[in-house]
Structure formats: C-alpha cells, structure tokens
Ligand binder design. Structure first.
Ligand code: NDP
Ligand code: MG
Length: 394
C-alpha cells in the first residue's frame, strides 16, 4: 500500500504542490503526516484541510497558540528533528515525501530508508551529504527511493527502457537559470531580485539561487550518481532553456530516451507517489501544435564554476559532498542577507573545499562534523572579509 503519505516540508513549494497532487488523486491517497519549520499559520490551515493524524514542527520558538490549534484538530504533535524521525516511523505512514530544504532533511531521510518505507525524494541535499549511507541503508531495508526532482524522475523513467549495463550516458538538462546569457560582470553584481527571477520554475529561495549559480545542477549531478549508481563521467550536463525535456538516457545502441512535459513539479511528485501506476494527471499537457523550439548548449564552466566544482566533488567523494553542500547553504544565506556578492557564492564553496581535509570513508558522525566544519569555515571567510561584499539591500 502506498497511499498514506507524510509530507515533510509541507509549507514549502514542493510540499504545497504535493498537497495539491494528493487532493487531485483523492481517496485512497491521504496526507497522514505533515511537517513544517516556521510557517505555522500556513501549517494550521493545511492541518484543518487535510486532517493528518500526525504533525511535526521543527522550529524551536514555535507559536504556542498554533501548536494548540494543531492539537485541537486531533493530530499527534511531534517536535524537532527527532520528531520528524518518529513521525516517519508511524504505522500509518507508507510513503515519505522528503521536501525539507537543505541538510536538515537528512535525519528523516535516513529514518525513512531504515524503516524500509518508500522515500519520494525532493531533498537532494541529503544524498549529496550522505548518499554513501542512505543508499546502502535502502538496499539493506528494501526501501524504494523514487526521485521527485524532475530531472531524476525523467532519468528514472527512461532507465526502465533498458538494462543498467546498456546505459551509455545520462544527459542531465538544466534551464540555465536567470543568468544563462549574462556576462561575468553582470553576474558578479546581480541583486537578490535578479537571482530570484527564474525563467521557468517557481521554487523556494534556496533552490532558486542554486539554479542561478548552477549549484543546483551540481547537487543534482551528485544526486544522480547515488540514485542510479553511475560515475560522474557517465553524466553530462546540458543547458536546455525551455525546461521541457527533463533529462535523457542514451543507451549503448545510440538510442536516446527522453521524458517531456511542461515544467510543473506536480508531474514528478505524482509519479513518485503512484509509481509503478500512472494515474490521470492534473497538469498542463504538451502542445506540439504551437510553434516551439528546443535549444541545447553546454554549460559555461567559467561563468558557472559550480559545475566544475561538483564534478570534482563527485569524483573524490568522502566528506566532500557534505562540505560542498554546507558551504553552499551558508554562502547562499550570506548572499540573501546582503553580506556577499552573487559571484562570491561559488568562491566561498571552492575556498572551503580547498581547506578541507577529505575523509574517504566517513561515518554519519564524520559527515555531520564535516557539515559543521564547513559552515564555520564560511563564517570564518566572512569574518575575515575574504569574500567580496555587494551593496544590495537584504
Ligand atoms: P521551500 O523553501 O519552498 O520549502 C522548504 C520546506 O522545508 C518548508 O516547508 C520549510 O518549513 C521546511 N524547512 C526549512 N528548514 C527546515 C528545517 N531546519 N527543518 C525542517 N524543515 C525545514 O523549498 P522547496 O520546496 O523549493 O524545496 C524543498 C526541497 O526540494 C529542496 O531540497 C529542493 O532542492 C528540492 N526541490 C525543489 C524543487 C522545486 O521546484 N521547488 C524542484 C526539485 C527539488 P517552513 O516553510 O515552515 O519554514
Ligand atoms: Mg531539478
């Protein structure tokens, strides 16, 4: 049974889309668990509408009145990161949609695969940090990991057309973000508003900034290596501004299989929930009667060093995924807070990686320590003014 779903990060962009998908699917699909961090007013509305049996609030200074309102709806209330882990273990949860942003999603992702439940994975950061633990744990328990990230959903679908040893390469598409055609100078001085102006997708702020630096594609490269057991050399990143071809798989005979649909995350979310079934979708259909164009170009690694950095991290492995991810989270927060220029995000990550002593076979404690170390390293770079500032208002 795959019908009782816990959505962690229900107040976010993916979480809200997931609730729409569940409403569209109707019975027997139900959101039995919801989880949010700070947007409690929105969470209370979701609880009233979807009547989950369990709710987790991770933010520390949560509004007591909101917590009471949630309890009044009859939901069992959990708190904190540990609470997310307890919620996913409940008997009335079959599928966990991991839609928390950042490494904060890792404990619940690990708890889900340990419990042998289906993990519908949007939280790519957890695999970047700890794919070396999550994937073996899923193999041991038999937990299915179905990607929600649109590119990985496309690859997952295309891979069903051949055997793994018949795969020549995977082509990971990227929209190119708002700075696809910008000069290096324009990018360096981009404002927060410029960076948040994504041409094809509406997402949470962190993911949108990651799409502008192409760190999103770098994270997705590492995510794909773990999900599909591929070396980075077998994965090629291609800019496809229309965001209609969500990715492709080339097989050894030269045949290329792609998955297409207008950009709308409700499509891969629904597939991850209903797989292996395909049920009627609610999203806009592809209309090839309208004039259209598909463009492809290689990423410019000089303007987008994130691509080069991520390939290097994917090849070297160990603690580097955790370091790259944590440094990026901190650098994005610093950019959003007006503390560093857009062009300094990649540099902050690169400087942090350079200073890190790689551990090749890390335990969970090693990875959490690497994450903590990298965040402090970025704070150190900021304190020592090693990163150039930019004058945009936070
Ligand atoms: P949002 O910022 O819109 O939402 C993030 C969610 O995580 C919110 O519900 C937020 O709660 C919650 N959250 C934030 N911090 C914590 C924490 N420390 N502990 C627990 N929960 C927390 O992000 P998106 O929905 O855009 O992205 C979510 C994930 O999905 C990311 O990993 C992203 O990379 C991935 N993804 C997103 C896509 C998209 O289209 N948006 C596409 C593909 C992947 P609250 O709002 O209550 O503070
Ligand atoms: Mg994606």
């Amino acid at each position: 049974m795959n019908h009782r779903i816990a959505i962690l990060g229900s107040t976010g962009s993916i979480g809200c889309s997931a609730l729409q998908v569940i409403e569209h699917l109707g019975e027997p699909y139900r959101a039995t668990g919801l989880g949010a961090h700070s947007r409690l007013e929105q969470l209370v509305q979701q609880v009233r509408r979807h009547r989950p049996t369990a709710v987790v609030v991770t933010g520390e200074d949560a509004d007591e009145a909101a917590l009471r309102q949630i309890a009044d709806c009859g939901a069992e209330l959990y708190r904190g990161s540990q609470g997310m882990c307890r919620l996913v273990e409940r008997d009335d949860v079959d599928v966990v949609l991991a839609a928390v942003v950042g490494a904060a999603g890792l404990p619940a992702v690990l708890a889900t695969v340990k419990a042998g439940k289906r993990l519908a994975l949007a939280n790519k950061e957890s695999l970047v940090v700890a794919g070396s633990l999550v994937i073996p744990e899923a193999r041991r328990s038999g937990a299915e990991i179905i990607p929600v990230d649109s590119e990985h959903s496309a690859i997952f679908q295309a891979l069903q057309c051949g055997r793994r040893d018949q795969v020549q390469r995977v082509i990971l598409t990227a929209s190119g973000g708002p700075f696809r055609n910008a000069t290096a100078g324009q990018m360096h001085n981009a404002t927060l508003q410029d960076a948040l102006n994504h041409p094809t997708w509406r997402m949470g702020n962190k993911n949108t900034i990651d799409s502008a630096t192409l760190f999103n594609k770098g994270l997705e490269l590492i995510e794909a290596c773990w999900l599909f057991d591929l070396p980075p050399e077998q994965i090629e990143i291609v800019i496809h501004p229309e965001s209609v071809i969500h990715s492709m798989v080339e097989f050894v005979d030269g045949s290329v299989l792609a998955q297409l649909s207008p950009p709308d995350m409700r499509m891969p979310i629904q597939y991850a929930i209903t797989y292996p079934s395909r049920l009627r979708g609610s999203t806009k259909r592809l209309n090839l009667a309208e004039p259209f164009q598909f463009r492809f170009q290689p990423p410019d690694v000089d303007r987008f060093p994130a691509v080069r950095i991520a390939y290097d991290v994917a090849r070297r492995g160990g603690t580097l995924g955790a370091v790259m991810n944590a440094a990026n989270e901190e650098a994005v927060a610093a950019f959003c807070g007006g503390k560093i220029a857009f062009g300094e995000i990649s540099r902050a990550v690169e400087l942090t990686i350079e200073a890190h002593r790689l551990q090749p076979s890390p335990t969970l404690d090693d990875l959490l320590e690497a994450d903590r170390w990298a965040r402090e390293a970025v704070a150190g770079l900021l304190a020592e003014s090693k990163l150039r500032k930019f004058a945009h208002a936070p």
